[in-house]
Design a protein around this ligand. Sequence first.
Ligand code: IMP
Length: 185
Amino acid sequence: MTEATYKPKELSQILLDADTLQKRIAELAQELNRDYAGQELILLCVLKGSALFTVDLMKNLDLRVAVDFISISSYGEATKSTGVVKMVKDMEEDIKGKHVLVVEDIVDTGLTLDYLRRVLQMREPASLKICSLLSKPAHRKVELPIDYLGFTIEDYFVVGYGLDYKSFYRNLPYIGVLDPTLLDD
Ligand code: IMP
């Protein structure tokens, strides 16, 4: 594989390298393969942060899978949740009576997923579960079940593997910690 290995100077450390991520994602996929065996599944990728995770996860699924995309905004360009969540782009599939798995990059306060879960529940899916690559419990405001979780992390602002700071760093194949002195607030 020829993936980027460079480390931008703005990162203070690499938290989860590419191999560690891919290994855990394969494990999560095995759990999903067991739990959804014989069923159809709609993967709902929450843009933009979950794009890389969704792609790698679905490549490991031995299931009949459809993928759809939704875009929710809660942060703008800041690094702390505003508590204001809005839907920027809705999904296209009708999920009534279907099994839906929301694929999220990171659960921080939980406000985004709490909002999304309530919106999706009203559409009466057969089941609605959450798969998040990361959980950062330090700032949790809403408790919600994460049915499939990659890693729990400390209170760092992380970038890479889909996660951004001011729209950059999403392309890194690993997850790194942004130098805290660079954060706005
Ligand atoms: P929540 O609503 O506070 O749970 O925030 C969820 C969203 O905030 C995530 O989907 C990310 O887009 C963003 N976010 C939270 N923590 C981080 C981080 O450490 N790095 C990059 N984005 C983050």
